[in-house]
Design a protein around this ligand. Structure first.
Ligand code: NAP
Length: 243
């Protein structure tokens, strides 16, 4: 049975990816930082459908947490075939108001977290000469978002990480791709009022906000053998918002 580790899978896009990859037949490791009950609920839902899943608590920005998580998942699942670096946080505010602590937590979660998880899981993929790493960036990592300079910077770094790593590990049979979602209906956007979300939907050529499942479908494809000639790509899924 193939296996997948999804960071930040207790809620939102990560949760949808966990459910989808489990339905695709993967044993799934559901990582979370704080939401233990929600992560357990994802695991229970997968098991109730006959799937295999475990939850694993780890702050992706902590080297010791990631070391422990990798050991646990690699030993229980005898390797990881698909790694989804999804855990993320956002903060809004003028760049002149961003504190060093805020800057660091954004960059540590998304840049350092992506690096640490990848570094600990890669050796098992290299040993098998196969694997798929899927990094979750954002349209704002491509276009830049006003009042989200730290977030946009971190997401742009994830794009650079994806391209460089795809060249480094392609010869080992490992594919590395990146998804740049548009506006997706998750807790991350709860800070925006209904009016803002309605306006964003109206601005979107396809006329709606994205769902976590829209992104999970793309994760499922990029993980699959159907994407076996695709690597180093940044794939936008935004309903046409940034066209
Ligand atoms: P969400 O609903 O807020 O969920 C965030 C997830 O990340 C939660 O599972 C959370 O775990 C986890 N997490 C946060 N910090 C963590 C850490 N240090 N270590 C481990 N896990 C951590 O967010 P989402 O909208 O699904 O976003 C998922 C990814 O998509 C993020 O990288 C985000 O930047 C990106 N994205 C989202 C949108 C959007 O519109 N929603 C658009 C573009 C890109 P806990 O539950 O334990 O806190």
């Amino acid at each position: 049975m193939k296996s997948a580790l999804i960071t930040g899978a207790s809620r939102g896009i990560g949760r949808a990816a966990a459910l989808r990859l489990a339905a695709d037949g993967y044993a799934v490791a559901v990582n979370y930082k704080n939401s233990e009950e929600k992560a357990r609920a994802v695991v229970d839902e997968i098991r109730s459908e006959g799937g295999v899943a475990m939850s694993v608590c780890a702050d992706v920005s902590s080297p010791s947490d990631i070391e422990r998580m990798a050991e646990k998942v690699l030993s229980e699942f005898s390797g990881v075939d698909v790694l989804v670096n999804n855990a993320g946080i956002s903060r809004t505010g003028l760049v002149t108001d961003v504190t060093v602590d805020e800057w660091n937590i954004i960059s540590d979660t998304m840049i350092r977290g992506t690096f640490l998880c990848t570094q600990k899981i890669l050796p098992s993929m290299i040993a098998k000469k196969s694997g798929s790493i899927i990094n979750i960036s954002s349209i704002w990592g491509i276009c830049g978002a006003s009042c989200e300079v730290a977030y946009s910077t971190a997401k742009a770094a994830v794009i650079g990480f994806t391209k460089a790593l795809s060249k480094e590990v392609g010869p080992s049979g490992i594919r590395v791709n990146c998804i740049a979602p548009g506006v997706i209906d998750t807790d991350m956007n709860r800070c925006h009022g209904e009016d803002v979300m309605r306006e964003l939907a109206e601005e979107t050529p396809l006329g709606r906000i994205g769902t976590p499942e829209d992104i999970a479908n793309l994760i499922s494809f990029l993980a699959s053998a159907e994407a076996s000639f695709i690597t180093g790509q940044i794939i936008t899924a935004d309903g046409g918002l940034t066209v």
